[in-house]
Design a protein around this ligand. Structure first.
Ligand code: CA
Ligand code: CA
Ligand code: CA
Ligand code: CA
Length: 284
């Protein structure tokens, strides 16, 4: 778009220089992480491959949604690629309990995830097979909950209880555009983008979402720029569930699949009540 406006104003030389610079930047970025696109860009169509680890086995998620996360000895690079050492050393968990909608086949949807952590972040690698990726915010922010998105339910102190319009727990809707969406205390739908860093890659109809999540406790103040993240340590435990809202272009969340057998009323209570979450135990 910048190039077009430059042409219009007759600044062709500058336009060419910019094009050269952009081409060079493009080549450099390809070399650094082949064929991966940031989800923070406006386009929600991620490109090509990351040599996804499609073969390894998946551990069935327990009905109570309890998971263990192993510590990563080095920071995980959030690039949408699963090349980090920790990802090859931990198992997949599945996220295929049907919460809403009718039974899905493996072409429509299949999901699994891996967990890791260090003192600063909870890391999640999510692999989703989805036959049609619909931009989450295509129909405006008020329809954010209709998908497609990965939903992360996090209750840092495992207190349980209502969290709909407070921050004792969060239900982050991680959008295809890279936003972390939840309600604020004014009951508005807002982005908590500094809580979650996310990148996504794609191979055929398989998408890899790689995330680093900063944990905040119940003191979190949405009006402050000074919130202190929670330090993660071995044997700490948090409330946690993960789900996928699948929208295949019918302007609805056709299916909702999660990591725990049930999730409260109609399996749709997680965005209100953290009593229904499963949990993570952090181990070395
Ligand atoms: Ca990575
Ligand atoms: Ca689908
Ligand atoms: Ca809490
Ligand atoms: Ca979809």
């Amino acid at each position: 778009m910048k190039l077009i406006s430059l042409k219009e104003t007759g600044m062709k030389v500058k336009g060419l220089m910019l094009m050269k610079f952009l081409s060079l930047t493009f080549i450099v970025s390809l070399a650094s992480c082949k064929d991966v696109q940031t989800v923070n860009q406006e386009s929600s169509i991620a490109s090509v491959s990351c040599q996804l680890d499609l073969e390894s086995t998946t551990t069935k998620a327990m009905e109570d949604g309890f998971f263990k996360a192993h510590k990563s000895k080095s920071p995980v690079q959030i690039d949408g690629c699963n090349k980090d050492r920790i990802w090859s050393s931990v198992d997949w968990y599945d996220m295929n309990y049907l919460w809403m909608g009718t039974k899905v086949d493996a072409i429509d949807y299949h999901g699994r995830f891996k967990l890791a952590w260090d003192n600063q972040y909870l890391y999640i690698l999510v692999e989703v097979v989805d036959d049609k990726l619909t931009p989450t915010l295509e129909n405006g922010i008020e329809n954010y909950w209709k998908g497609d998105y990965v939903e992360l339910f996090i209750d840092e102190d495992k207190s349980g209880g209502n969290h709909k319009f407070n921050h004792q727990a969060f239900a982050y809707h991680v959008s295809t555009e890279g936003h972390a969406i939840d309600k604020n205390t004014l009951q508005e739908t807002v982005f908590f983008d500094n809580h979650i860093e996310v990148m996504r890659s794609k191979e055929s109809n398989t998408y890899l979402w790689e995330m680093a999540i900063t944990l905040f406790d119940k003191q979190y103040d949405e009006n402050s720029v000074d919130n202190k993240p929670v330090t993660i340590f071995a044997q700490k435990s948090i409330g946690f569930s993960i789900a996928y809202g699948d929208n295949d272009g019918n302007n609805s969340r056709e299916n909702f699949m999660g990591s725990k057998k049930t999730h409260g009323n109609n399996n749709d209570e997680g965005y209100v009540n953290s009593d229904v979450f499963g949990s993570i135990l952090f181990i070395d």
